[in-house]
Ligand binder design. Structure first.
Ligand code: CA
Length: 241
């Protein structure tokens, strides 16, 4: 049963113990869900049940999880949270580059899982335009906590004070803002901002991120807007106003 107000989660996991852990957590929080134990079931249910979030284990018996992400991304923007084991770090980055939104590393806590689900559901609602958050692509203005971006005018304010950003910092900030809640990989960011993903440009990305944070973060040592995912990339967090 789909509950439009809270969201509908498709859990793709072949490990019964983890499946039970996550479905119990979803049940306790009144979230509707369905499960798939392999890739072909997952694709079938993704099409027939149109979930609001897909939780996808990368290590499935019949299919590579990345293949599922590519397939789903060819027709849907539904948020996908990838679940992977610690030793599958490169898979995780590959999954994000294929279009996954977020990842969880096994073993993870129920609280961590639910927090990610909430972020993904907010993204899902925003994308459908039924929530309070308009889709950033269509909205002329972006607001997140004390941060405001006027896309057309190219100006950025923090707590009502206008700040000056370089063109690259502005591009970087807009890219993260448009994808609030989603983990963006280094490769993806480099491609979008610099036009190509060269490993040699990674240090410049870090430098621009440092200068951007100095301008927008209340305390750059403890960022509230831009979260670092070591070895993976960055994510703009939704900050409560
Ligand atoms: Ca597995």
């Amino acid at each position: 049963m789909t509950n439009a107000s809270t969201g509908y989660v498709l859990v793709v996991e072949d490990d019964a113990a983890i499946r039970n852990l996550v479905t119990t957590a979803l049940k306790l929080h009144d979230l509707a869900y369905d499960v798939a134990e392999n890739g072909s079931q997952a694709l079938l249910k993704a099409v027939s049940r149109t979930p609001d979030v897909i939780v996808l284990d990368l290590g499935l018996p019949d299919m590579d999880g990345v293949e599922i992400i590519r397939n789903v991304r060819s027709w849907s923007e539904v948020p996908i949270i990838v679940v992977s084991a610690r030793q599958e770090d490169t898979d995780k980055v590959g999954a994000l580059d294929a279009g996954a939104d977020d990842y969880l590393t096994k073993p993870f806590s129920v609280d961590e899982f639910l927090a990610r689900i909430r972020v993904a559901l907010r993204r899902s609602t925003a994308a459908k335009g039924v929530g309070s958050l308009a889709c950033a692509d269509e909205a002329p203005r972006y607001r997140n906590g004390g941060l405001t971006i006027d896309y057309a005018a190219g100006c950025v304010c923090v707590d009502d004070k206008e700040i000056h950003l370089t063109p690259i910092e502005f591009k970087l900030l807009c890219l993260l803002a448009r994808n609030t809640g989603k983990v963006l990989t280094h490769t993806y960011i480099l491609k979008e901002v610099w036009g190509q993903a060269l490993a040699s440009d990674l240090p410049s990305l870090r430098v621009f991120m440092t200068t951007l944070r100095k301008k927008i973060e209340p305390d750059p040592a403890h960022p509230i807007y831009i979260q670092t995912h070591v070895g993976v990339g960055y994510r703009m967090l939704r900050v409560e106003a």
